[in-house]
Design a protein around this ligand. Structure first.
Ligand code: NAD
Length: 347
């Protein structure tokens, strides 16, 4: 099976590529622009695999995409390339509009042209998975859950750009018949997570004795999904999901941000007792503008229709994640020293 992955040098994309190449045995071509968030070190585990190739390419570059489709002839496209950090979208949204909207449009158009020329059986079997976020649905009250038909109500430039790309993907299915499935997932965490996001930032700041920033009162709730569980779900949705359908992916692990930070502190106390209590480093800082109060996914459709279920709960997943960061300084040290040192963005 030939699978084209966009954004495969990023956090979720690299977990997906490692899974497809190492465990599924698919023939994978990864394309990635290698922005600050793209990192070939995240693909080191499979760098000599005969069933994986990497190409540096921008999804906004139609000519490069045409070459990729013509030579690789994918049976499945899994589209993850995006600008993904909400705080960066607040500081400057242009790249988000460019990659997430124009880039997705360019990829959809190139896919449509390629797909139109396939033979009937290949056309029928072809799939395009558009990977999106639960943030497109906006903020929840204290009890309800996002379902696939929840209305779109994005709050940040990031989530608005993802919502726009979801609408394009849906339109390319309804109008042109392109066999597209869309997935909307909750907050991912796990190994190889760029240290601008809450969980790796807190782990690494705790390790270095630096302040642990908590936005506002820390009461915002996210529904945490272990990235390797997500990779398995994406493969299932791409291969067995019904074209034209959306699937919500979530770990059923809601936590307040402040509780996530406290949990990391207690595990760091066990791992580095000399520096305990790490909770003394917690600092409440000004909230993110437009900060959504709560996200929570109802994954019933994915669980019942495709038989998926998250293997990790938050306690097992966060313990694995912390161990991974403690053992893999080779991966994160160059990012902390050279690309992003932990300064506040998006105010
Ligand atoms: P990431 O920022 O870690 O990785 C994105 C990758 O896309 C990077 O490797 C980057 O180099 C690449 N990229 C950016 N612009 C590109 C372009 N123009 N052309 C080609 N490549 C480009 O993001 P992630 O966390 O791995 O997220 C992957 C996808 O999942 C995104 O579409 C994101 O919106 C979605 N998502 C992420 C989360 C999460 O918690 N991380 C949650 C829901 C949805």
């Amino acid at each position: 099976m030939r699978i084209l992955i966009t954004g495969g040098a990023g956090f979720i994309g690299s977990a997906l590529v490692r899974y497809l190449v190492g465990q599924v045995g698919a023939d994978v071509l990864t394309i990635d622009k290698l922005t600050y968030a793209g990192n070939l070190a995240s693909l080191r585990a499979i760098e000599n695999a005969p069933n994986h190739r990497f190409l540096q390419a921008d999804i906004c570059d139609r000519a490069a995409l045409s070459e990729v489709f013509g030579t690789f002839r994918p049976e499945i496209v899994m589209h993850l390339a995006a600008e993904s950090h909400v705080d960066r979208s607040i500081s400057g949204s242009a790249e988000f509009i460019q990659t997430n909207i124009i880039g997705s449009f360019t990829l959809l158009e190139e896919t449509r042209q390629y797909w139109n020329e396939l033979e009937a059986a290949e056309k029928q079997a072809f799939r395009f998975l558009h990977v999106s976020t639960d943030e497109v649905y906006g903020s929840l009250g204290s009890t309800d859950l996002f379902i696939e038909s929840s209305p779109y109500d994005p709050s940040s430039p990031y989530s608005a750009s993802k919502a726009a790309s979801d609408h394009l993907a849906t339109a390319w299915h309804r109008t042109y018949g392109l066999p597209i499935v869309i997935s909307n997932c909750s907050n991912n965490y796990g190994p190889y997570h760029f240290p601008e996001k809450l969980i790796p930032l807190v782990i690494l700041n705790a390790l270095e004795g630096k302040p642990l920033p908590v936005y506002g009162s820390g009461a915002n709730i996210r529904d945490w999904l272990y990235v390797e569980d997500h990779a398995e779900a994406l493969y299932l949705v791409a291969t067995r999901g019904r074209p034209g359908e959306k699937y919500n992916i979530g770990g059923r692990n809601e936590r307040r941000n402040v509780d996530v930070v406290h949990r990391i502190c207690s595990l760091m106390d066990e791992a580095r007792p000399g520096a305990a209590p790490h909770s003394r480093l917690i600092r409440f800082v000004p909230d993110r503008p437009g900060h959504d109060a709560r996200y929570a996914i109802d994954a019933t459709k994915l669980e019942t229709e495709l038989g998926w279920c998250a293997r990790e709960n938050f306690d097992t997943g966060i313990a694995k994640t912390i161990s991974w960061y403690l053992e893999n300084e080779w991966w994160w040290r160059p990012l902390r020293d050279g690309i992003y040192g932990g300064e506040r963005l998006g105010l």
